[in-house]
Design a protein around this ligand. Structure first.
Ligand code: NDP
Length: 272
């Protein structure tokens, strides 16, 4: 039976084994998927051990996405653009690194939330790994504007410089939270502020009635960002759909079939 796993530290909380087990059952694929705690100073060795055991692929989560990027001897275009890897494929060519986080985000917005990105104004809060992975997939959907706002302004500016050639004139811009003006059709919180029950200091005027407000974090209770967005007239959405969609993209890369995510997302929602 083909074997896959997810590497992280910590890893006990990971929902990936449940998601991939559901995908395998739904598509009739024979595979095993477990979670592995990699030592903080031993990620490459943990991957090599899994490859030696016959592992076919792996997901990678905090804090190893940058190390996985370095470890891979081939990278997909979206992994190169993201500068981070969340999916590894092991075959006769070695280790290929992919990044499915951004594609998962976009699939959740367009297919699950039913919100078009093309021609819309999008505000991306944060410029860390998750935000970096989101920029190329968002730009591929041709938004009218993509504004990146971050606590450390220079990091947001560096992101815009990296993607300037792809963004087109005037589409991409960067600044601090206080620089954001106007309202947006889609506001994505890709900061980790929600982990500390913190809120990026953006004005309520970034939301208009019906704005999609997506927090990449997920949990039983809405985050402070989602509470603020809802109180400001936006439609709140957490990161669980993105999680399931990034897993579906990884599954597609490994198995050549994209599972139907709707039922899996609904059942994962029950387990929160
Ligand atoms: P990183 O550590 O790479 O980046 C963190 C970002 O958050 C930086 O832009 C940082 O700004 C900003 N930040 C941190 N604390 C605050 C704060 N108190 N106020 C404002 N901004 C802050 O994290 P990731 O990009 O890997 O992850 C971001 C979030 O996305 C996490 O909550 C993570 O769980 C979630 N995520 C969800 C996924 C899903 O599938 N649903 C997938 C991947 C991530 P600065 O540059 O100034 O430090």
């Amino acid at each position: 039976m083909d074997r896959y796993c997810v590497f992280g530290n910590p890893i006990a909380h990971s929902k990936s084994p449940d998601i991939h087990a559901a995908f395998a059952a739904q598509t009739g694929q024979q595979l095993a998927y477990d979670k592995r705690l990699a030592p903080l100073d031993g990620f490459p060795a943990a991957v090599q051990a899994f490859v030696a055991e016959g592992g076919k692929g792996a997901n990678v989560t905090v804090p190893f996405k940058l190390e996985a990027h370095k470890l891979a001897n081939a990278l997909t275009i979206r992994a190169q653009a993201a500068g981070a890897v969340n999916t590894l494929l092991f075959d006769e060519h070695g280790i290929t690194g992919d990044n499915t986080d951004g594609a998962g985000l976009v699939a959740d917005i367009v297919h699950n939330a039913g919100v078009a990105i093309a021609g819309r104004r999008v505000l991306l809060l944060g410029a860390g790994g998750a935000a970096r992975g989101a920029v190329l997939p968002l730009l591929e959907h041709r938004p009218a504007a993509l504004v990146i706002a971050n606590r450390t302004v220079a990091t947001a500016q560096a992101l815009v410089a990296q993607f300037a050639a792809l963004g087109g004139m005037g589409v991409l811009s960067a600044g601090g939270f206080g620089d954001v003006t106007g309202s947006f059709d889609i506001v994505i919180n890709a900061t980790s502020a929600s982990l500390q029950a913190d809120l990026p200091p953006i004005p309520a005027s970034v939301f208009h009635p019906g704005t999609l407000a997506l927090d990449m974090m997920y949990g039983k209770e809405p985050t402070v960002f989602l509470q603020f967005a809802k109180a400001s007239g936006a439609v709140p959405r957490d990161g669980l759909g993105m999680l399931v969609e990034q897993a579906a993209e990884a599954f597609l890369g490994w198995r050549g079939v994209r599972p139907d995510t709707a039922a899996v997302l609904a059942s994962m929602r029950q387990t929160l």
